[in-house]
Design a protein around this ligand. Structure first.
Ligand code: ZN
Ligand code: ZN
Length: 338
């Protein structure tokens, strides 16, 4: 089982990759006027992460996969790069050629490489930063793909996806132009089984509402809960299945909205996002093993985010008597293996 972060922020930039930044730093060291004598990679490895890498600027998109089973959560701008991995550029170019020139019949094209054709996309909600990548999702243009899209209200999701594409003033390619089979579904109240994954949902407080998802495979559990406000969750009564604290109980990985610092949240109460310190306390009490800060504020620098991580870790050490919970920033391209 693997979790990969394709988008971790709430804005629309196209940032360079971590590898590109690293290559630039390495090249700068090699060309240093003072004549860097050491091993550039060893030197870079010893620097703080905010200097040598990027947290990432793409908006929310998460992959949970295992062999042929692929689950996608949210279609912020991060989904573009996931789509590019699924559909290599030479296949994409063939389709573009066909559709632009109309000279090539579809059945003359080789199917895309790789075994995955069935895709399952789970929407937390339809705020812009969670849907805006879909028009750039290559598999949606390829007829070999079947994309099931789930969320709290299939009609609302379909309306949001259609609205962002079907006005020529917003985007030039209408959703009907996409050749994949795209079907919208209400996420079933009893949960859903996809391959070896069992997925459950929980409604959370956010303007317009949002769904958290819990993904289980064998003994491993991942919970993804973004765009909710901890203070609006309400009191926890013992083992209340409708409370997030119960939903995340003993999770191996918990990926949570922590958009604001504790102080910044004071001026943004009611905006539908959480601060790291409040959430981490709930997660530690619930026995979460690995915690990821997610949905980073687009106005926070990487340095500020790593400082927030340090403070969150220090706070958790004060809270917990035993070994503290493992806490990380969600950063683009990071893969977590369970
Ligand atoms: Zn939202
Ligand atoms: Zn959001």
């Amino acid at each position: 089982m693997k979790v990969k972060f394709w988008g971790v922020r709430g804005s629309v930039p196209c940032p360079p990759s971590n590898q590109e930044i690293r290559a630039k730093l390495r090249a700068a060291l090699e060309r240093s006027r003072v004549g860097f004598k050491g091993n550039p990679d060893r030197f870079l490895d010893d620097l703080p992460q905010w200097i040598t890498g990027l947290v990432g600027g793409n908006t929310a998109c998460l992959e949970v996969s295992d062999h042929d089973d692929l689950l996608i959560f949210d279609s912020g701008t991060g989904i573009k790069n996931l789509g590019h991995q699924l559909v290599p550029s030479h296949i994409s170019e063939l389709f573009e050629q066909f559709y632009v020139t109309e000279r090539l019949p579809v059945n003359s094209l080789e199917p895309p490489e790789g075994p995955v054709r069935q895709l399952n996309l789970f929407m937390t909600h339809t705020h812009w930063d969670h849907i805006q990548g879909f028009p750039f999702f290559r598999p949606a243009y390829v007829p070999y793909y079947h994309i099931d899209i789930y969320g709290a209200d299939r009609n609302q999701i379909k309306e949001a996806f259609t609205a962002q594409q079907n006005s020529p003033y917003l985007f030039p390619v209408p959703i009907d132009f996409m050749k994949a089979a795209i079907l919208f579904h209400d996420f079933p109240a009893e949960g859903l089984t996809v391959g070896q994954f069992k997925i459950d949902s929980l409604p959370l407080p956010h303007p317009g509402g949002t769904l958290a998802y819990r993904i289980k495979k064998g003994r491993k559990t991942v919970v993804f809960a973004t765009d909710y406000e901890y203070e609006e969750l309400g009191p926890l009564t013992e083992a209340d299945p409708k409370h997030l604290a119960t939903f995340i109980k003993d999770a191996d990985v918990f990926i949570s909205d922590t958009q604001y610092t504790y102080l910044d949240h004071k001026t943004k109460e009611g905006w539908g996002h959480s601060n790291a310190l409040s959430v981490v306390e709930m997660a530690a009490k619930a026995g979460v093993k690995k915690f990821f800060l997610f949905h980073h504020d687009p106005n926070y620098s990487d340095e500020k985010l790593y400082d927030m991580l340090d403070k969150t870790r220090a706070y958790t050490r004060l809270l917990q008597k035993g070994p503290p919970m493992d806490i990380h920033l969600a950063t683009e391209e990071t893969v977590v293996k369970l």
